[in-house]
Design a protein around this ligand. Structure first.
Ligand code: SF4
Length: 183
């Protein structure tokens, strides 16, 4: 752990916990490496079938300008990634990944990091159909995805020396990426 500041060393237990829960890639990162860009929102609006269908997606999720301000209020975060997910396992792993994120968020919060907040991946499938005319029925587990808030997930992952490549077909293996803002 050479080169890791003492305060980060205290947070390394969340890395170990994430790994124990089944997320192989986990690391404490500087929030300056988290990139937020307006073009991400554009891709949600024109090109994603989830637009306007889920409370965790645009136009309901935080806009990039707002998210930039939110992230500037944090210094450290926990970056999480599960790689090489086969298409037939996507749904199962999506649910598991989201639940681990809120579990870790809660643990970090209860440790005294009162600002802890988790962001996940993809649209929310906890309900058969998301009723966007009402409030979320599972606020304990539903979190917006990183990309839904305007985060450039590719650049953020690469800034932290991990790999994330474009998924070229529905038969290809994919990755899930999440972020828990800590303090
Ligand atoms: S938990 Fe249900 S209501 Fe809440 S965002 Fe997800 S699908 Fe929508």
């Amino acid at each position: 752990m050479a080169g890791i500041a003492k305060t980060d060393r205290n947070k390394e237990k969340y890395v170990l916990k994430a790994k124990r829960l089944g997320i192989p890639n986990a690391r404490i990162i500087d929030t300056k490496t988290v990139v937020v860009a307006n073009w991400v929102r554009l891709k949600c609006q024109y090109g994603c079938s989830g637009y306007n269908k889920y409370l965790t997606c645009p136009p309901f999720s935080p806009a990039p300008e707002y998210m930039k301000k939110v992230i500037s209020e944090y210094k450290k975060a926990l970056l999480l990634q599960i790689e090489k997910i086969p298409p037939e396992k996507e749904d199962e792993i999506w649910g598991k990944f989201k639940r681990i994120i809120v579990k870790l968020e809660r643990e970090i919060f209860l440790d005294g990091y009162y600002k802890a907040y988790g962001l996940s991946t993809g649209p929310c499938h906890f309900c058969k159909k998301c009723d966007t005319t009402k409030r979320c029925v599972h606020p304990d587990i539903a979190r917006p995805s990183m990309e839904a808030c305007g985060i450039d997930v590719f650049q953020t992952v690469r800034n932290n020396d991990w790999k994330l490549e474009v998924v070229k077909s529905h038969k290809s293996l994919c990755s899930y990426v999440g972020l828990i803002l800590i303090e």
